[in-house]
Design a protein around this ligand. Structure first.
Ligand SMILES: Cc1ncc(COP(=O)(O)O)c(C=O)c1O
Length: 481
């Protein structure tokens, strides 16, 4: 950074980043000092000049300089400007900054910390406008108002018993899975399901087959524990099990989304399901089935879960209420094989992970009083219609674009617009996001697969054909731009 003329170009500022700009400048300068790129005694550009070079208000730079002066990284020399503190001799070992901005991210970028807001075309969000909220509030209100004294002690570590019973019944009826309530463990969302599995069964350095592309949260959780990730390609029958066995037959886990692969929507074929189960049985490995949206099929009946074929007890089945009800519940569940009940019970006694009892009780009532089945039926009909709106809007407004092909599987909650491999889906996505469209780039979900590019478009909150056309029109202009 020695040359003052180039100084501003070394400070990259991202105005879309949730961190305020003055803090970004502060962190960048602090990083440069710690890394030794700015030497003790070196002069920094004046606040006025740096603000003008960066196109910012002078006060923004002033705030950053003031923080660094306060912490002793910089010193003010009045008329002769601001310098890196001469007390920081280059022999000092300076601490690494914990919350520095990523320069280049090796891990896939994740959406920013979420809040309640949502935008058109957002992925994986159920139709919030059609959720029976009055009914829900009535059921939930009862559990808040009449909270029994008996429930003031420690809540049940594996989850509220009536909910575990309701889920066991539901899994039997709707997903073809036979299990006892004791096999069901309630968790605070799917991430918490995965962490419970890993806390209980993971051994240092275990290998895991992940579908490529794959749900980012799952990949992050496996990466975090240090698992060796083995990416496995997807074709029109789902995960290529033969390839996986050839690549790493001794993997300890296989994480799959058999109903609709996340995010391509492909259903895992029966021969592949059987091959996967045989491999897990022969190898004593674990299959984690993420059945996040298996209910949403718009032609024929939803396929039974892979777990329904599990005769040898190798499948850990994960379900969530985020798609079939709403994500703010933060409630998911795990069905473990009978042989594993005790291990998992011991684990949740050490670190219980279930959501609040009142929430669990409300979900149990919602299922037991048949509202759940009615809601699912209504949502299937609604999503089929909304999916149709989006497909029609795309074929009318985007079909003239040659580098684009729409993928329409008969399930799930989103569509994919495949792009030719030279088209940068991340660039289009960034542009679309800055214009208020919450599309996602398919390539962001890929591990090693560099051929896939495309846009993921949620249809569940598209309220009408006119609404779909309005969003697609906007997207069309951005793609052409
Ligand atoms: C593939 C996949 N699995 C599971 C989930 C459910 O996650 P959670 O229960 O944490 O909301 C999602 C949510 O987006 C998902 O996309």
């Amino acid at each position: 950074m020695g040359n003052l003329n180039n100084f501003a170009s070394c400070i990259s500022i991202n105005t879309a980043h949730p961190l305020p700009v003055y803090r970004q400048i502060y962190l960048r300068l602090k990083e440069a000092i710690i890394a030794g790129n700015l030497k003790p005694g070196e002069r920094l550009p004046s606040m006025r000049v740096l603000a003008s070079d960066l196109g910012l208000a002078r006060g923004t730079v002033e705030n950053a300089y003031a923080m660094l002066i306060g912490e002793g990284y910089l010193e003010s020399h009045g008329q002769s400007g601001t310098r890196v503190s001469s007390h920081l001799s280059s022999s000092h070992t300076l601490p690494v900054i914990a919350n520095s901005l990523p320069v280049t991210e090796k891990e896939p970028s994740m959406p920013h910390v979420s809040d309640f807001s949502h935008q058109p075309l957002q992925l994986g969000l159920p139709a919030l406008d059609e959720f029976p909220l009055t009914l829900w509030n009535r059921l939930a209100g009862k559990h808040i108002r009449q909270f029994p004294r008996t429930n003031l002690a420690q809540p049940p570590a594996a989850g509220y018993r009536p909910l575990r019973e309701a889920i066991a019944r539901y899994l039997q009826i709707s997903r073809g899975i036979t299990c006892q309530p004791r096999q069901i463990f309630i968790c605070g969302g799917y991430g918490s399901v995965l962490r419970l599995i890993l806390d209980t069964l993971y051994r240092h350095g275990d290998k895991v087959w992940l579908e490529d592309p794959c749900y980012l949260t799952a990949r992050k959780i496996f990466t975090h524990v240090g698992a060796q990730i083995v990416p496995i390609d997807i074709d029109n029958e789902g995960m290529q099990v033969e390839q996986a066995i050839q690549r790493q037959s001794d993997a300890r886990f296989a994480l799959v989304t058999p109903a609709h692969h996340s995010p391509t929507g492909v259903t895992l074929s029966l021969p592949r399901r059987l091959a996967l189960l045989k491999w897990a049985t022969d190898n004593q490995s674990w299959i984690i089935e993420d059945d996040y949206d298996g209910e949403f099929r718009y032609q024929g009946r939803p396929q039974p879960a892979l777990k329904s074929l599990d005769a040898t007890g190798r499948v850990l089945y994960a379900g969530t209420f985020s798609k079939v009800l709403f994500p703010a519940l933060r409630t998911a569940y795990l069905a473990v094989p009978e042989s594993q009940i005790e291990q998992f019970e011991q684990r949740v006694c050490i670190s219980p992970c279930a959501s609040q009892v009142q929430i669990q009780a409300t979900i149990a009532d919602f299922i037991d009083q048949s509202h759940f089945y009615r809601h699912l039926k209504n949502m299937r009909t609604l999503y089929a219609r909304r999916r149709g709106f989006l497909i029609q809007a795309i074929s009318e407004n985007l079909s003239h674009l040659k580098h684009l092909k729409i993928e329409t599987h008969f399930g799930g909650m989103h569509l994919i617009l495949h792009l030719e491999s030279h088209v940068d889906d991340r660039q289009i996505t960034a542009l679309a996001r800055s214009h208020g469209l919450a599309v996602e780039a398919l390539s962001e979900w890929c591990i090693d697969n560099h051929r896939l590019t495309g846009l993921l478009l949620g249809f569940t909150n598209i309220s009408s054909l006119a609404h779909a056309k309005q969003q697609i029109n906007k997207l069309s202009k951005l793609i052409q731009a």
